[in-house]
Design a protein around this ligand. Structure first.
Ligand code: NI
Length: 226
């Protein structure tokens, strides 16, 4: 399931973060690519211990915890510290599938990547190209969102970033271990959750709401791992 979550950051927050990111110490992204990805990757990243990356990353995590749509869709158990990248001058990242297990920097803790997230900091009109292309059973999906919006997609999907032929594409990207590992189960829970929310608005006194909400929790109990 691929999902867009709008307005994770307000326009003011985007401007503030982007101004700081434009002055940041960008490094060759190949430093962090695995031996297969290294040939496909041509971008810049912030070091994971860069104080600015940590500061903006913490801010993003705070915003996500307060975002009901993100919480309902991702059902996050652990979220890796957000990272940052920049594509300019033909920069690209060819087709790849993200790693499955990541270690939280500076800790022995490991996180399984169930969901990949990209949070856009550049407006679509600020650059040419740079679409995130995600492939699934239904074909290829092109994603290029307004600044402050986020896309979530299963980490097991083949994906790439098209060459940026004009301007700069600034984004944050990170991985989430979900309480529910299976994408199809997570998608069904979200469907049920959204239906319950809609019914709550339309028929707040319906006794079926209690039963449906119970069903949601009983499915989550059965399917979640902590
Ligand atoms: Ni990737």
């Amino acid at each position: 399931m691929m999902l867009t979550i709008p307005d994770v950051l307000t326009p003011e927050q985007v401007l503030k973060c982007r101004a700081a990111l434009e002055r940041a110490s960008w490094q060759d992204g190949r430093k962090t690519a695995g031996h297969i990805a290294v040939g496909a990757k041509d971008n810049e990243q912030l070091a994971q211990d860069d104080p600015l990356a940590i500061e903006i990353g913490d801010f993003i995590l705070e915003r996500l915890v307060g975002n009901p749509q993100f919480m309902a869709a991702a059902l996050p158990l652990k979220v890796l510290p957000p990272r940052f990248n920049r594509y300019t001058g033909g920069g690209t990242y060819g087709n790849h599938i993200d790693n499955s297990i990541f270690t939280v920097p500076g800790t022995p803790h490991r996180v399984r990547a169930d969901l990949s997230a990209t949070l856009f900091f550049s407006e679509p009109e600020d650059y040419e190209g740079g679409d995130l292309v995600v492939q699934d059973h239904f074909g290829s999906h092109l994603v290029k969102l307004p600044a402050g919006h986020l896309v979530l997609y299963p980490s097991g999907s083949l994906h790439r970033v098209e060459p940026v032929t004009r301007g700069a594409r600034l984004a944050s990207f990170f991985w989430i271990q979900s309480l529910v590992r299976e994408d199809s189960q997570r998608a069904m829970l979200l469907e049920l959750d959204e239906s319950i929310q809609a019914l709550t608005r339309q028929l707040p006194d319906s006794p079926e709401l209690v039963r449906l909400t119970g069903l949601y929790h009983n499915l989550l109990r059965q399917w979640s791992n902590t």
